[in-house]
Write a protein that binds this ligand. Structure first.
Ligand code: NI
Ligand code: MN
Length: 227
């Protein structure tokens, strides 16, 4: 699978057949000015929760690509009711759905979730995605939680996107424990460096993961890797 980092918590994962886009926040991100939001591919847009730093570009990308929105019931209902965007799939915690590209489970996240106009955004979540090419976890914004231990009971992960910026989510030390809880040694960091509250020391963060026998991958904005 080809992974592209668009900054903050926004990543694209391309399988052989499908472009998945998570938590698009590109045009308001000063650090992502070199990314053309009108060129970002998406067949599905998966939204972990309603905060602006996760949904800012969701509607414009969806309208251009006609991508299917996947999120909790409250968020997809808001896109239908407020923005008349009806190509969506509602989920809630613990539930899975078989899409054409693979299976998605909406997982617990310890955070909050309101939409940009103040509307209640349901409870925040993350996604476990199983595809024929491999499985991964996109944690969304979350604290470290024991619920993460449930993931490897059902899914063997090849890699995971974990927030590492601290203050609004777990930080490095908790993310190292999260990697253990989910049984995954290849971690791609998200939700760091974008604002003053979440600046991290890259080398120190990588060293802490390495000491735990894991690899922390920190991509440049616009960079792609294959995993
Ligand atoms: Ni948030
Ligand atoms: Mn956030």
């Amino acid at each position: 699978m080809k992974i592209t980092y668009y900054g903050h918590a926004c990543v694209g994962v391309a399988t052989e057949t499908t472009n998945l886009l998570f938590d698009p926040f590109i045009s308001p991100n000063e650090q992502a000015k070199h990314i053309d939001v009108n060129a970002v591919p998406a067949d599905y847009i998966l939204l972990s929760h309603g905060h602006g730093d996760h949904v800012a570009d969701a509607l414009t990308i969806a309208q251009r690509t006609q991508a299917k929105l996947v999120s909790n019931y409250e968020i997809v209902s808001w896109y239908e009711g407020k923005h008349n965007y009806s190509n969506h799939h509602p989920m809630n915690h613990g539930g899975s759905w078989q899409f054409d590209f693979g299976k998605v489970r909406y997982t617990t996240a310890i955070h909050s979730s309101s939409l940009p106009d103040g509307t209640y955004g349901g409870n925040p979540g993350g996604f476990v995605v199983e595809t024929p090419e491999g499985n991964f976890y996109f944690a969304g914004d979350t604290a470290l939680t024991y619920d993460m231990k449930l993931i490897p009971l059902f899914t063997k992960l090849n890699f995971a996107f974990l927030p590492i910026g601290d203050n609004f989510t777990m930080g490095i030390d908790e993310a190292v424990v999260a990697a253990d809880f989910i049984g995954c040694k290849t971690i791609i960091g998200i939700h760091y460096d974008t604002f003053g509250f979440i600046k991290i020391d890259h080398e120190a963060a990588k060293a802490k993961f390495a000491a735990a026998g894991c690899q922390l991958i920190l991509l440049n904005i616009g960079e792609s890797i294959n995993l």
